[in-house]
Ligand binder design. Structure first.
Ligand code: GUN
Length: 281
């Protein structure tokens, strides 16, 4: 069994991004990311702080907008409208989830597709569907990058994704399909889940429940990718996969922390660099 080291892959990709950001700077083009957070969700605060740190590391300017919980949809749309027209801003990221009274899809739709570094706008999701895109959603893109880094073949493999969210499950399935995997998407209504997961050569779990994926659900020699970010009973950060039980059964596995998480932020930085380069053109 080999542990997929998301930090090491991240470091390699970030070095390349840093060099490119610096080169743009030497030509007079600075790269900037606006990060919006609404409310006090503790997990979101950690993610946003890590995104800002990532920007700093590669020389991207970050502009944080921390708005109070009671912010209205209209106020948020006004801010995004300003950022859409701000030349210092190449990418706009609005951390999800938003407070319940704000209409999330309206907010996503208001970011111009050229600055939508999350690739959540329907225009960008449509581009991904037909395989012609500038930005890929960060988490699935980071997973493909890690698989490539470890020379893990996707073509012809049975790929099973657990979870069908717009952020991870659906775009993950699409990217695996584009890489010629045979893809099955499972979700809460799937009958006999472990019957399906046991077929997987590559198993991606994006469920959000600690110890959801047990050893019985995993085929011998499978590649296991854990997108979960959960707290266990002791309050420790953990993924969806029962790591200790599954690790000896698989060929590769991503740990939590240190697997998918760092790659997600790295791909955000990469999308911001792409947005910056596209705006020069
Ligand atoms: N919340 C959880 N994951 C993400 C992400 O990739 N982007 C944004 N904007 N919010 C998130």
């Amino acid at each position: 069994m080999q542990i997929i080291d998301g930090k090491a892959v991240s470091a390699a990709v970030r070095d390349r991004i840093k060099a490119e950001v610096l080169e743009l700077k030497s030509k007079g083009k600075q790269t900037g990311l606006a990060v919006i957070i609404v409310g006090e969700d503790p997990a979101s605060k950690v993610y946003v702080s890590n995104k800002k740190k990532g920007c700093e590391q590669v020389g991207i300017n970050s502009f944080e907008y921390a708005l109070p919980e009671e912010t209205t949809t209209e106020e948020l749309l006004t801010l995004i409208g300003e950022l859409n027209n701000d030349d210092k801003v190449d990418g706009i990221l609005c951390q999800l989830p938003l407070p319940k009274h704000i209409d999330e899809q309206t907010v996503i739709n208001s970011i111009v597709p050229e600055k939508d570094v999350d690739a959540f706008h329907p225009t960008n999701t449509g581009h991904i569907m037909i395989g012609d895109y500038s930005f890929l959603p960060c988490t699935p893109a980071g997973i493909i990058e890690m698989l490539n880094f470890y020379n893990i073949e996707i073509s012809g493999k049975e790929c099973v994704v657990i979870g069908r969210s717009n952020i991870v499950g659906k775009p993950m399935a699409m990217l695996l399909l584009q890489n010629s995997g045979t893809v099955t998407v499972c979700h809460s209504k799937t009958a006999d889940l472990s019957d399906v997961t046991k077929r997987a050569d590559i198993l991606v779990s994006a469920v959000g429940k600690a110890n959801f994926v047990t050893a019985e659900m995993v085929k011998d020699g499978a590649v296991v990718i854990d997108v979960g970010m959960n707290r266990n009973a002791e309050g420790k950060l953990c993924g969806d996969v029962d790591f200790e039980a599954v690790k000896d059964k698989c060929s590769f596995i991503t740990p939590v922390p240190g697997g998918v998480g760092p790659m997600t932020i790295t791909m955000l930085l990469n999308n911001t660099l792409t947005a910056s380069k596209n705006r020069i053109k």
